[in-house]
Design a protein around this ligand. Structure first.
Ligand SMILES: [Zn+2]
Length: 217
């Protein structure tokens, strides 16, 4: 039995990952970050799911670091660009060095909780614009995590070579309820269906001939 900490954002990828971890019959806990997103909807989904599954979860407020993340539409008052991730405009959704910062925090928590592995849901679809979602980033974080503390910790991103459609296929096979996930970047009551995140989510469901259980505007 391995003790695994899953970085759980409340989105489709990390939700699938948490469910894979649960099915692996290891000891699971989750960590989620409130880093000053415009909305906390994803985090309310995290709470709901973890309570339902009786998983130990922690949502930590790191929003004070927002002052350091300037020029990102995820946290600032810039309009979230519409369209596809591949578009140049989507680069404004990058929070500088986000994964390295958040994984470092997760590793600190992992040491405290005597966790052996930290999992996060980076995937191939993110590579084009997010440098910290690439395999070389994960390999190097893993190497650092093995020497940074008295006890070595592994950093794993099991979906690093997969597309969002492939991740969704795994979850649909597990019969996961994706109404328990939130993807949209806008903080509205219903998903907008227009931002890059919504586009990618809807395309993934279409690629799997599946219907997204979320309601859209
Ligand atoms: Zn949206």
């Amino acid at each position: 039995m391995t003790k695994i900490l899953v970085v759980y954002s409340g989105g489709l990828d990390s939700f699938t990952l948490v469910n894979e971890a649960i099915r692996s019959e290891n000891e699971i806990l989750t960590l989620s970050f409130d880093y000053g997103q415009k909305h906390r909807k994803e985090l309310s989904f995290v709470e709901r799911f973890c309570l339902k599954e009786s998983i130990e979860y922690k949502i930590v407020d790191v929003s004070s670091i927002k002052e350091l993340f300037q020029g990102s539409s995820i946290t600032d008052e810039i309009d979230i660009p519409k369209g596809h991730y591949e578009d140049d405009s989507m680069k404004s959704t990058v929070v500088p060095n986000r994964n390295m910062i958040l994984i470092s925090l997760a590793l600190g928590y992992a040491v405290t909780k005597e966790v052996e592995e930290v999992w996060f849901g980076a995937h191939a679809g993110d590579h084009a614009i997010y440098p910290d979602c690439r395999p070389e980033f994960v390999e190097k974080m893993d190497a650092v995590a093995k020497i940074a503390n008295y006890s070595p910790i592994a950093v794993k991103a099991p979906y690093i070579s997969m597309s969002k459609s492939e991740i969704l296929a795994i979850g649909l096979e597990m019969k996961l309820d994706y109404s328990l996930t939130w993807t949209c970047y806008e903080g509205k009551d219903l998903a907008c269906g227009e931002c890059g995140a919504c586009h990618e989510r809807l395309e993934s469901f279409a690629a799997n001939n599946a219907i997204d259980p979320l309601e859209y505007l």
